[in-house]
Design a protein around this ligand. Structure first.
Ligand code: ZN
Ligand code: ZN
Length: 137
C-alpha cells in the first residue's frame, strides 16, 4: 500500500509513493518563491523509484535552481498544479508538494532549506491572528 497518495487540483493527475521520506521541509529558494507565488514551498522528498504518476497530462518547466543545477517542475497541464519536482543536484529523489497529498497531515515538517533566501517575516507567521475563513469585514 502506498505511503503517500495525492492529486492535482482538478484530479486529472494522481500519484503514489511507497517510499520512506528522505526529508520533509520548507524550501525558501527563489525558484520556489516564484513558482508558488508564496514565501516558500513545503515538500516531501521521496526516492524516485518509489514514485508513480497516473492519468492526466503533465507539462514540465525546466529551470536552473539556486543550487546552480537544473530543476524540472512537472505540473498538470489542465490545472497547473505542481505534481513533483526533480532536481539535478540530487537525481535520486523527487519532491512532492505537501499540499497535494490526500492527507497533508501524514507528514511532519523537519527542516528548512535555502533559509538564506527566507522572507524576513516568516518567523512571525504563527504569531499572527488566525481566522477559520476570510477575516471579518
Ligand atoms: Zn489537474
Ligand atoms: Zn525551492
Amino acid at each position: 500500500m502506498a505511503k503517500f497518495e495525492g492529486s492535482c487540483q482538478c484530479g486529472a493527475v494522481t500519484y503514489a509513493s511507497d517510499g520512506e521520506p528522505i526529508f520533509v521541509g520548507a524550501c525558501h529558494c527563489t525558484n520556489c518563491q516564484k513558482w508558488t507565488g508564496s514565501a516558500f514551498s513545503m515538500m516531501v522528498a521521496v526516492p524516485k523509484p518509489s514514485f508513480t504518476v497516473r492519468g492526466g497530462r503533465l507539462a514540465t518547466h525546466h529551470d536552473v535552481g539556486d543550487s546552480g543545477k537544473a530543476t524540472h517542475r512537472h505540473f498538470c497541464a489542465a490545472c497547473g498544479c505542481t505534481i513533483y519536482d526533480e532536481v539535478d543536484v540530487n537525481p535520486s529523489m523527487v519532491m512532492i508538494p505537501v499540499g497535494t497529498l490526500a492527507n497533508p497531515d501524514a507528514v511532519k515538517p523537519q527542516l528548512h532549506v535555502y533559509w538564506k533566501h527566507h522572507a524576513s517575516w516568516v518567523d512571525g507567521l504563527l504569531a499572527l491572528p488566525k481566522f477559520d475563513a476570510l477575516p471579518p469585514h
